[in-house]
Each structure stands twice: as C-alpha cells, then as structure tokens.
Design a binder for this molecule. Sequence first.
Ligand SMILES: NC(=O)c1ccc[n+]([C@@H]2O[C@H](COP(=O)([O-])OP(=O)(O)OC[C@H]3O[C@@H](n4cnc5c(N)ncnc54)[C@H](O)[C@@H]3O)[C@@H](O)[C@H]2O)c1
Length: 262
Amino acid sequence: MDFNGMTVAITGAASGIGHATALTAARRGARIVALDRDGQALEDRRAQFEADGLALFPFALDIGDEASVRCSVDAISQVTPSVDLLVNSAGIVSRGLLENTTADEWERVLSVNLSGSFYCIQQMVPLLKAGTGRAVVNVASLASKRVSYTGGVAYTAAKAGILGLTRHAAFELAGDGIRVNAVCPGPVLTAMTKNATSEEDRQKVAAMVPLGAWLEPEDIAESILFLGSPAARMITGTSLDIDGGLSLVTGSSYEAYRRARQ
Ligand SMILES: NC(=O)c1ccc[n+]([C@@H]2O[C@H](COP(=O)([O-])OP(=O)(O)OC[C@H]3O[C@@H](n4cnc5c(N)ncnc54)[C@H](O)[C@@H]3O)[C@@H](O)[C@H]2O)c1
C-alpha cells in the first residue's frame, strides 16, 4: 500500500497502535498529523521521524474535550488543506468493578474513548472532503463485541459505542465518498496493556490465543492502513477483528482445550 502524497491524521499517535500506524504510513510516503495529549512524547516522536527523513506534525490536545479538538483542527487546517485518512486510536482504560466505578470515571472513559472519536470525525469532515483518500478508521476492541478483560464496564460500553458510531458515520458520510470502518484488536502489547498486567497475566493471555502470542502494534497498523487505503474502496461501516483467533475461544484456554484431547 502506497501512501505517497497522502496526509494521515492519527489520534494517540505518540504510543502503541497509533505510533505504529504513524510510522508504517510515513515509511510508505504519508505525511503524519499526530494528535496526542502527551505533548512531550509527540515532540520526541517528531525528532525520531525527522532523523529518519519522515514528516510528522505534532498537535497536543485532549480528544475528550470538544473545545480542545476544535482548536487543534483549526491549527491543522493551517498546515494542511486536506486529510486523506483519519485514524482514531487514542484511548484509556479504567479498571474498577461496575459497583465501584464512579460517575466521574464513567464519564471520563466515555468522553475519551467514544466522544473523542465523534468530535474528531465531525470536525475533520471538511478536511476529509478536501482530500482524495476519504477514509476514517476507528480503533475499537474485541471488547466492543464481548467484555474487556483489561478495562472495566465503561471501557466495554465505550468500545461497543464505537461500532455504532462507525456504522452511522459510514451511512451518513457515504454521500461524500468518505468510508468509515473499525478494527477490533485483541490483546496487543503496548504501554496500556503492559501497565495493566503482570508478566504472569501476560503469559496466561498468550496461552489463550490460538495463534499463541500477544499481537504487536504493527499487526493492527497493517489492518488499519488496509481499511484506510484504496484497496478497501468498497468497504464501509464494518469492523475487522485482529485477535490471533481469540474470539474463537468459547470457554477455557486454548492450551487446556488441546491438552484435553491428547
Ligand atoms: N493494547 C490493546 O490490547 C488494545 C486492545 C484493543 C483495543 N485497544 C485500543 O487501541 C487504542 C490504542 O491503545 P494502545 O494500546 O496503543 O495504548 P497506548 O496507551 O500505548 O496509546 C494510547 C495513546 O492515546 C493517548 N491518549 C490517551 N488519552 C488521550 C486524550 N484524552 N487525548 C489525546 N490522546 C490521548 C495516550 O497519550 C497514548 O499516547 C485505544 O483506543 C485502545 O482502547 C488496545
């Protein structure tokens, strides 16, 4: 997939899946508009990209705050007249049980993980219409369809909402030729999951994945860029599970399933 001459805007671009997507797209010729709340990490990424001869324009914002998104999109319009692909990857996890999830925590997780993608799509529509790529990819989760193991109830609810947002945006924006799809990653080794799990937990998770390992951020980046490229020109409103087969597992671990048959 060639992204030469394309402008790709990515939220959560300073880390994990967002960063891997930025690097992969940039190596294929894209200019990256990188959005993240961590301004220092963005500056570090910009320096790394520059050292490799790649283009990254950093914008620090809080995607859960509509005014912050508006301000950034105004600033983005000063450096580029169009965006070809928007990737909504920024997200947070909360860990509590339903009974002790506070209203503040619920609202924060929903505002970042669900409303943030809505604000970014809505406010970037003019830039997307001005581009030729005309694609949006939302990073949902297996939790969109099941329950989150790493996060809590607010995370599962927000990620389920992302699929509704994806379908509805795809339906409405089809008239402008803008495609909207989602990816549903299984367990991916990033700062988010490393901070929330022990080494022992991670081994147990790996044993449950039929393909036998955690996913790497690059595995998700490849699918995001496929859905965001002209190769997927007639795909819209759908979601792609990228999970090493984890969603095929019905009950106990994959290892246990095989052991019981040997
Ligand atoms: N890692 C996994 O196993 C996994 C699985 C399924 C889905 N996801 C989803 O993938 C996406 C990326 O997660 P990751 O694993 O790369 O995590 P990560 O923590 O490595 O990266 C998330 C990035 O989002 C940024 N961010 C957080 N809140 C923000 C805000 N309010 N405004 C702007 N930026 C903000 C962070 O600074 C960080 O750079 C998230 O939406 C996550 O829910 C991850």
